[in-house]
Design a protein around this ligand. Sequence first.
Ligand code: BF8
Ligand code: SF4
Length: 652
Amino acid sequence: MSEFRTVDPAALEMLGLGLGISTQFDRYQAQQPQCKFGLEGVCCKICLQGPCRIIPNKKGADMGICGARDYTIVARNVARTIAGGACAHSDHGREIAHVLLAVSEGKAKDYRIMDSGKLHAVAKKVGVKVEGRKDVEIAKDVAILALEDFGKHTDDPCTWLYTNIDEDRRKKFKKTRINTPAIDRSVVQLLHQTCVGTDAEPVSIIFGGLQAALADFTGMSLSTDLSDILFGTPTPIMTTANMGSLKVDKVNIAVNGHNPLMSEMIVQAARDLKDEAVAKGATGGVNVVGICCTGNEVLMRQGVPIVTTFGSQELAIMTGALDALVMDVQCIIPGVQEVAACYHTHIISTTHFSKMPSASHVEFHQETAYESACTIVRMAIDRYTKRQADKIHIPNVEKKVIGGFSLEALFEIFGKIHPESPVRVITEAIANGEIKGVAQFAGCNNHKAIQNHQHLTIAKFLAANDIFLVSTGCAAQAFAMDGLLNAEGVEKYAGPGLKKVLKRIADANAFEVKEIPLIFHMGSCVDNTRITNLFTAMAKEMGVTIPQLPIVASAPEAMSEKAVAIGSWNVAMGLPVHVGVMAPLTGSDLIFDLVTEAARDVFGGYFIFEPDPVKAGQEILERIEKRAWRLKVHKKVAADLESFPNPGYEAQ
Ligand code: BF8
Ligand code: SF4
């Protein structure tokens, strides 16, 4: 392993230049050792008497000033982390719902309903009348219904929660009282619940956290649906990944953040203003590349290359070839401005509540979005003329990527084999033992881990052991940057059974889809709900519940509050969820056992914390194999008794 905490060859090359510019890689080291109280989750700052830190076995110091025990403090801290994630995801969804509403009222001329088919499908799903109505009328009702999920006054569960889960999970969430009636209400209630002197009961706090996690799911789910309506449901698309995607002869603009309302407009403006770039000497025109999930959004729909992941975003600027970094919301680290100060790169913020001290600000409004995008692209073209040739260093690492696998796209290609029930391609392969199950990869980079090492080690191991792999977020980008999202990846890493299944899919789609990848890129982090819909379809096809399926989710390098929220609702959905960094839970045995053990009895899902990627791969494989084995045993017993599926059974 190199002295630098990454395995990405391009990042290694950049760090190896020894430019003396501070990045996350250096600052992680400078922060060592990190505070033990914080690492264990037993530091409380909820009221101004704090911070209170729990020292077990030290009389008096084993409680906060108010008498809060370790379990209350750990539970409150983690619940508030979930709330933070739910706010970020759902607020992103709310912005999209507002734009869809504006489109339906003719107030957002730069956006339109791109995917009428998806609009109709979503409308039917959520109970909006379609027949005999214009798209704008349907869109208006869909947008209003989505906005009601944020703040309606009734206690009925959110529409985008209930219409995206099966009866088993509906009953489970009702019984455990974690159905979210409204996204904002669940988050507000949780902040209230965790206020000083409110809830001290740890299990109750964790369930409050789970309700906020389902609010997160709701916001993510509607975000995906409405983005598909406005920008198109992704279909398989070829592109590239890693720093070689930056081009010397082009104006390079990185979109960084999460919301496609901004990045889609930049892509459009970049195409339209090509001639202006050429006129300024950029013979190749304008090259938009992505960082973080707004990059995934435009990768999925527009084939925009991914330049790098969260963990190495500063290094993209250090290539000296990035003319502008355009940010919307979430995961754009403040460190980029320090690096940009040493280069010609223009940092441009676009959202009134997401700014950077030294950045230029071109605010996005739904009425003038395209105009703002053109302004930004012109600012980037202007910066191109200020490039310093002696500072340019672009690592020659560029991998072929096939992405764009929305669930609809996946079912389209599966449908070439089983038109009557596309998901059978997976369930049949599980039943006949070609694959053992499915692993969902999600999440970030976290400098506590060697960048991308966990992602790649675990995925390659599981592929070799015939696990079908789907991914989103920075995990998908890590795979893209390493060349796993193409047919070469299949040849190199797939086990014999998985190879057979992927080849069957490739052969059936030979005319339409150029390549079938080792891992299916299903989008940005909000698109994890596409994967839940896949699992729900698998359960239905197999006549079982999600907790019985041989599936596991893994966030090998989880970092963000959003990742904690996603992990938590995946547990509630019934998945074993591996996390490759230790969460701040170890300060309370009660909470740690609750989320790693007791949760399994209630939801069928639970957390597995394992930072060692080799051990984690083994562990994930064992959990999948165990579930697959149980499924077979039960199927056999049930077949003998002619009673399959067994409705009362809940596997772990
Ligand atoms: O929403 S995976 S570092 S970019 S939080 Fe952020 Fe994590 Fe990347 Fe996407 Ni998701
Ligand atoms: Fe300390 Fe209690 Fe205040 Fe937390 S809420 S800071 S434990 S006094």
